[in-house]
Design a protein. Sequence first.
Length: 277
Amino acid sequence: MKNARTKMIFMALASLFFVSSCKKKNDPKPAFTETKISLTTHKLASFSAIKNSKYLVVFESGLGNDHTVWSNNAFASQISSITDILMYDRAGYGKSENGPGPRNIDRLRSELENVIDKFSNGRKVILIGHSLGGMIIRDYAIKNPFKTAALLFVDPSHEFYNHPTQAEEDALYEASKNASGANFGGTLEAREFIEDLQYTGTLPSLPDVPVVVLTSMKVDASTSSSIRQTWYNAHELLKNGVTDFTHIGTTNSGHFIMIDEPGLVVNNLKLLISKLP
């Protein structure tokens, strides 16, 4: 590794696979209805709670995590009591089939569009994205500004901060392949990480909708306060072109803020909903 910051990037990303391996064995709670969505090349498994609310809240998981990173937390039930929610497993995760490559942000956003179109019924969506999922919802919002009501980023990956070398991407790919197999969705997504960061670096600003960003500022043995500040500064760039922007740093959570502080996610989703017509 070149330096402590780069080392932390790699370790944080690699840890996602092992965190997800503990979670993805659990089934969704009965309140969520499982539906298979047929794309032209494969089927994706979705999990929803639909009561025909004004807005649809859609969750996008990070690298290595399926939908259970959201559904196995009490806050998912809390949110479903407020508004309709939709979770799904990306291709190669959980109950979804494998999909064609490359598994890059452009393709993942395109598949997210298909998932949303099956459930939105013309409604605008509020997107919640964690880690790599933050890059996916960012691309969706930019490509679909009139379908996007608001955005909630949970410690999102960002090209200003994440700069893995090819050797680091290779190591991440191998770690995932050894842990979960060559066809696992996270393994195939890890192979595209450098290209994904280059891709998001070319994107224009977000549409001018309400945006909340939650950033982990927790300092530990592998993460200094200066590293966390650079991470925070990267997330701050998401406000470009956004009139209503709220950025919250928390020292009480690691990368998985929705697990460490579920109330923080719930409260800020409520905040976003309160801002909408």
